[in-house]
Design a protein around this ligand. Structure first.
Ligand code: ASP
Length: 434
């Protein structure tokens, strides 16, 4: 059995949904289809999910979302009209969703309705069974999949039936609607793949696979033919789009292959993501960069003489909601990089003054605007020419390095640079290494 997931652009309008149907109809093994909410139809368009978050934001300010929700409704009614489907049964469903958002059911409920409505519409169009993620997919507080999910899905899925499943959400352990992080329909696809022990998980999007570098930066960017689970996680972890970095987790133990394919060019082979791959003379798969990091640097003479200080410092960061992504330790200093969206500047400042006094630090500095650039591939530790080639590329581009992370993973080399240098770093590294 093949599980397919179609992303927002693949279900953005009636024409795209027709393409989805012809793809699914072309292979009878495609029996479970996970869908996103309608995405952008062109570059100036809005995603339904973004509109739903905006609806909830109005409600939080004490206003009604009635007017804004009309835009959401028309996305679905336009599709129904163009697919020559009966709109009548759908109108009360839309109205109920609007009322629930207006009644204050919150951001996750509101956002989840994009996928819910999309899946209900597509299930009717296909004549397949609609299988709601709420309450069968149980999502833990930290966004990981709760074990109860597997038994729930085992009971819900009947052999010989074909299912349309909304991506992106399930319920929390108390039974309230809960979403994954943005782009999380990929995770739902992975969950369904594992639940039915699919022979293949097809992830349909609007590009012909995972690119070795962002094609907006490098015009001759190539699609990666085959990559390993670990490579896709590392590449997604440094900002490469296409496949959600958390979507590997549910299928690792089952070893199900993933094929990233293009709804608009279904004959293209796309990218195969497999448990592991032979290096075969291709040590690298790609290069990407992620901006939006902040840096804390602290210094104290004889810092590590005090046992347990590292742990105590991290506990303080945790209390202020900060989880560092990268750490560097010097003899009398520590540097942490963390995602800037985790805390506001005022929270960070409050934390820094508390750290300074409580741990009697000599200094503590914080700055924003950092980026992490990753050179990713199963062979990064094998090829001795890589590090010199990378540093030569940085020197040629006159880019200052803030840190180098080599050896913490056998699949990546990570470089810290200023956010404004990130694109140039990617371009120069790509020229030097590919
Ligand atoms: N619709 C959600 C988003 O825009 C989830 C997804 O598309 O995978 O993030």
């Amino acid at each position: 059995m093949i599980v397919c997931k179609f992303g927002g652009s693949s279900v953005a309008d009636a024409e795209q949904i027709r393409k989805v149907k012809s793809i699914v109809d072309a292979n009878t093994d495609r029996q479970v289809v996970v869908v996103s909410a309608p995405g952008r139809r062109n570059k100036d368009d809005e995603k339904v999910t973004d509109m739903l978050y905006a609806c909830n934001a109005l409600v939080q300010q004490g206003l009604s979302c009635r007017e804004l929700f009309k835009k959401v409704s028309s996305r679905y009614t336009d599709i129904l009209t163009a697919l020559e489907m009966d709109k009548k049964p759908f109108i009360p469903v839309l109205e109920e969703v609007r009322q629930m958002i207006d009644a204050g059911h919150g951001a996750e409920y509101a956002a989840s309705r994009g996928e819910y409505l999309s899946a209900r519409l597509i299930a009717t169009y296909f004549g397949w069974t609609f299988l709601d993620g709420d309450p069968v997919i149980v999502i833990n507080h930290d966004g990981t999949v709760n074990e109860a999910t597997w038994e729930n899905l085992r009971q819900a899925i009947k052999p010989g039936q074909k299912y349309i499943v909304p991506g992106f959400y399930g319920s929390d352990t108390e039974g309230k609607v809960k979403t994954f992080s943005r782009g999380g329909s990929d995770i739902t696809g992975a969950i369904l793949s594992r639940a039915v022990m699919a022979s293949l998980y097809e992830n349909w999007t609007d590009v012909s696979g995972v690119f070795s570098v962002d094609p907006r930066l490098v015009s001759d960017a190539k699609v990666i033919p085959t990559m390993s689970y670990r490579e896709v996680r590392e590449l997604a972890g440094v900002g490469a789009g296409v496949f959600h970095e958390e979507a590997i987790a549910p299928i690792v133990s089952a070893g199900i292959p993933i094929n990233v394919k293009n709804t608009n060019a279904p004959l293209d082979r796309g990218t195969m993501i497999v448990p592991s791959r032979e290096i075969d003379g291709h040590p690298l798969v790609g290069i990407s960069a992620k901006t939006g990091f902040s840096r804390i640097r602290l210094r104290k003479l004889m810092l590590f003489k005090k046992s347990g200080i590292r742990h105590a410092l991290l506990t303080m960061l945790h209390i202020f909601g900060i989880r560092p992504t990268f750490s560097l330790f010097g003899i009398d200093s520590i540097v942490w990089f963390f995602d800037s969206s985790q805390a506001s500047i005022s929270v960070i400042n409050a934390m820094c003054s508390r750290l300074k006094t409580e741990f009697e630090l000599d200094s503590i500095e914080i700055d924003q605007g950092h980026a992490i650039v990753g050179v990713i591939g199963a062979g990064v530790m094998e090829d001795t020419s890589l590090i010199p080639a990378c540093t030569a590329a940085f020197s040629k581009a006159n880019i200052k390095l803030n840190f180098l992370n080599y050896g913490s993973s056998d699949t990546s080399i990570l470089f810290g640079v200023a956010a404004e240098d990130a694109q140039s770093a990617v371009i120069h590294l790509y020229k030097a290494l590919f």
